[in-house]
Write a protein that binds this ligand. Structure first.
Ligand code: 5AD
Length: 435
């Protein structure tokens, strides 16, 4: 049988990129960037905010014409929007052939055969799928970095968040699975692995905790860097901090979403900590690992957020001096408790606050990046820079992007660079030595 082609479009988080790569292995088709050439088109969607959700759906509209010209092409929706709307999507979008929830990826091949054999549109959004971790993602040859999922779903019940509804309850991946996938990546030449999960540091299994897993990862021969994302503040344990401190391979960066600096907002969000507790956790981290880089996520305009609450968040940014922060305007999500709250903040108020906060954080990030000028940084070279083939791009342990002039033979190596310039999102430097 001749090779069939898969066109897949991915929206949202790192987990979705990973899932798209799993869909690619599960289907064993040739990937294409050209939908016109595809036999199967899949939109892997994100539901975290309304905008992401709409973007994915409007993208689906693009394939209406293709489907009417080539009725044998199968068009599917995967990911969190698929899970959220389920068969309503089939009602709403006549050119849609199948709907695949994020837990059901190992069943994608079955689902497609079913649609083809029965000539009927089909849906697979079951959470109860035993083989949930079975499919390893496609990995591009020569890539220096890779991802390994260690967890599916989420058990925290943050009132704004749709994740537990669309990705289900937390299930942790068995250690032997994680290590097997990580070793396979290293065999393919990967030097840095990021462990991913919704609350990655909540992982536990067979008496082992996240701190133990980090150490076991570091024992993998040939793996020189380990990252992990996203961490949940309440699960930053002493053991985890000790593992990071005591293990050379673990990068000195944590992404630790605070969401708000106001205790009353944190309570309504059900984040289960106060601003004081969060700051104390960062102090414990920084006391142990003084150069630990910290990034965060913030939601602006959560229901009932007052000027005073917003001010508390601004003060927290000032006090903590995050290395970087992603900030979002609150978006009510169907079925979440916060969407029912009476006191929704007017959109223009939230937009104004968000702009103010982003400007403030931009200054902090720039200032911190500028402070690296004149310093020596160890950089894992990931490859040629996207914009210029005479430049190489890599990252420091603190997750700062560094560009240096050089040739691709340094790819996969850790080098020392002297930093010459600092920008908003990256640093520039020159090669000092190869280590
Ligand atoms: N509205 C806005 N931002 C949200 N996030 C999660 N849910 C919402 C929502 N309903 C943000 C949080 C989270 C990040 C991935 O997305 O900051 O950490």
């Amino acid at each position: 049988m001749s090779k069939r082609y898969l066109y897949i479009e991915t929206y949202g988080c790192q987990m979705n990129e990973y899932d798209s790569d799993r869909i690619r292995t599960a289907l064993d088709m040739e990937a294409t960037d050209d939908p016109q050439k595809a036999d199967v088109v899949i939109i892997n969607t994100c539901a975290i905010r309304e905008k992401a959700d709409q973007k994915a759906l409007s993208s689906l509209g693009k394939f209406k014409h293709l489907k009417s010209r080539k009725p044998n092409v199968l068009v599917g929706v995967a990911g969190c929007v698929a899970q959220l709307y389920g068969d309503k999507l089939l009602d709403k979008v006549p050119h849609l052939d199948f709907v695949l929830g994020p837990r059901a990826i190992p069943r994608v091949s079955q689902l497609i055969s079913q649609v083809e054999n029965s000539r009927r549109r089909s849906i697979e959004t079951s959470f109860d799928i035993e083989e949930v971790f079975e499919v390893e993602p496609y990995h591009e040859e020569g890539k220096v970095t890779g991802f390994v999922s260690i967890q599916q779903g989420c058990n925290k019940m943050c009132t704004y968040c749709i994740v537990p509804y669309v990705r289900g309850k937390e299930i942790n991946r068995p250690i032997h699975h994680i290590l097997r996938e990580a070793k396979n990546l290293v065999r393919k030449g990967v030097k840095e692995i990021t462990l991913i999960g919704q609350t990655v540091n909540s992982w536990k299994m067979d008496g082992y905790k996240f701190g133990d897993l980090l150490k076991m990862m570091a024992d993998i021969e040939g793996l020189i860097r380990i990252r992990f994302t996203t961490s949940y503040p309440r699960d930053v344990t002493k053991k985890m901090i000790e593992s990071i401190k005591g293990t050379r391979e673990i990068c000195h960066h944590i992404h630790l979403p605070v969401q708000s600096g106001s205790n009353s907002v944190l309570t309504t969000m059900k984040r289960t900590y106060t601003r004081e507790w969060y700051i104390d956790t960062l102090n414990r981290l920084r006391d142990s690992i003084p150069d630990m880089a910290i990034s965060t996520d913030i939601i602006i305009g959560f229901p009932a957020e007052t000027e005073e609450d917003f001010d508390d968040t601004m003060k927290l940014l000032d006090e903590v001096q995050f290395d970087s922060a992603f900030s979002f305007k609150y978006s009510p999500r169907p079925g979440t408790p916060a969407a029912q709250l009476a006191d929704q903040v007017p959109s223009h108020v939230a937009t104004g606050r968000l702009a103010e906060l982003q400007e403030f954080q931009r200054e902090i990030t720039s200032k911190k990046n500028l402070r690296r000028v004149g310093q020596i940084e160890e950089v894992l070279i990931e490859g040629e820079s996207k914009n210029d083939r005479n430049w190489l791009s890599g990252r420091t342990t603190h997750n700062r992007i560094v560009n240096i002039p050089g040739t691709n033979d340094l790819r996969g190596k850790i080098i020392r660079a002297s930093i010459t310039e600092g920008f908003q999102n990256s640093l520039r430097g020159v090669l000092i030595e190869n280590i």
